[in-house]
Design a protein around this ligand. Structure first.
Ligand SMILES: Cc1cc2nc3c(=O)[nH]c(=O)nc-3n(C[C@H](O)[C@H](O)[C@H](O)COP(=O)(O)OP(=O)(O)OC[C@H]3O[C@@H](n4cnc5c(N)ncnc54)[C@H](O)[C@@H]3O)c2cc1C
Ligand code: FES
Length: 324
């Protein structure tokens, strides 16, 4: 059994167990969010450079140089020395300046924080020293004064009810990041397909804003899907946003029609619609955001339709403990 030397204390680690799980089992309070290598809440430091290098996906160059690693991803096979980093690493304090319900499920938060980011990236929000979750940035760093997040209220959840109901304007909170690479990265003439379900709209909106700010003039197809009408939010704002950009085609797709017409809304299964409407995606830049099952299925479908893997950017909203 490999040993973990945690700040000098020797602890056992079971075969196949991650450093995070082993430390938690021994009662060590190591924060975690996604447990899937995404939110970076669980970063630790090690002296073993080679071990660290295998578990540093998404960390900054400075963090990599300092041997930070994601403890939820590291299953040691030999003894490893680890310690907690300075808890301020990559974190800033922010303040809630505005909260608005966009539908009966989704809240828009606007935060005042000094953070350099690209629209479509995500940040991790800390409720306390051990509880954190990631949220995507819908705002544009040069167009919007505040950071904008769209949070779906999950009843009984550890963080979203706090963000949606309890946090008050003026309250301070800790933000970590930014992280992620689902950002506008294609030349201005390329056709783009942006597809989202649920609050996957937040990063897709960020990417769209950035494309338009950068003068993208190739066609942009924006698809927003939902199982039912209640799954949509921001429809009016999106319609207004795209009105002045003739290169953008916006389509809302609802799986179960409930008789509520809205401009741009049709009854369709988003997968089938894409198979038929976008049967040839060669040359496209593709951006897919939302629930992991949606992102995985659409990515496969886009690849089968001819999009290069390197042209497909995704943001899968893994829930706590879920793996991709
Ligand atoms: C990179 C990334 C970006 C993300 N961006 C966003 C974003 O922009 N907006 C956003 O709202 N969320 C986003 N998420 C999801 C977010 O991080 C949380 O997982 C979510 O808010 C639930 O957290 P919670 O603490 O309220 O619930 P938890 O305490 O984590 O979960 C409570 C229960 O609800 C279940 N659950 C979790 N999520 C859902 C869901 N969506 N639908 C139904 N059941 C669920 C869990 O499996 C669990 O059983 C993102 C996740 C990742 C990894
Ligand atoms: S990256 Fe390890 S818990 Fe999220």
């Amino acid at each position: 059994m490999p040993a973990i030397f945690f700040e000098g204390e020797e602890l056992d680690c079971r075969p196949g167990e991650s450093v995070l799980d082993a430390l938690n089992r021994h009662g060590k309070e190591i924060p975690s969010g996604c447990r899937a290598g995404v939110c970076q809440a669980c970063v630790l430091l090690t002296d073993e450079q080679q071990v660290a290098a295998r578990h540093q996906q998404g960390l900054s160059a400075a963090q990599r140089d300092l041997n930070y690693f994601l403890s939820c991803q590291c299953q040691p096979t030999s003894a490893i020395h680890v310690r907690r980093p300075d808890s301020g690493a990559n974190r800033v304090r922010g303040k809630l300046v505005n909260r608005e319900w966009l539908s009966d499920q989704v809240v828009r938060l606007q935060l005042d924080a000094d953070m350099d980011y690209r629209p479509g990236q995500y940040i991790t929000l800390w409720k306390d020293s051990s509880t954190a979750r990631s949220y995507s940035l819908a705002s544009h760093q040069t167009q919007d004064k505040w950071l904008e997040l769209h949070v779906k209220h999950i009843p009984g959840g550890a963080i979203s009810p706090w963000l949606c109901n309890d946090l008050k304007c003026g309250d301070e909170l800790t933000l970590q990041g930014p992280m992620g690479s689902c950002v506008y990265s294609h030349t201005q003439d390329r056709p783009l397909l942006l597809a989202a379900i649920g609050t996957g709209l937040a990063p897709v909106l960020g990417v769209l804003k950035d494309a338009l700010v950068n003068g993208h003039h190739g066609p942009i197809y924006l698809l927003v899907g939902a199982a039912r009408h209640s799954g949509f939010y921001y429809q009016g704002a999106l319609l207004r946003l795209v009105e002045e950009f003739p290169q953008v085609e916006l389509q809302f797709l609802v799986q179960t029609w409930e008789g509520k017409a809205c401009p741009g809304l049709i009854e369709a299964d988003i997968y089938q619609y894409c198979r038929e409407r976008f049967s040839d995606l060669s040359g496209y830049g593709v951006y897919l955001c939302g629930a992991p099952t949606f992102v995985q299925k659409m990515r496969k479908q886009a690849f089968m339709a001819g999009a290069a893997m390197s042209d497909i950017a995704t943001d899968a909203f893994l829930a706590f403990g879920e793996t991709s």
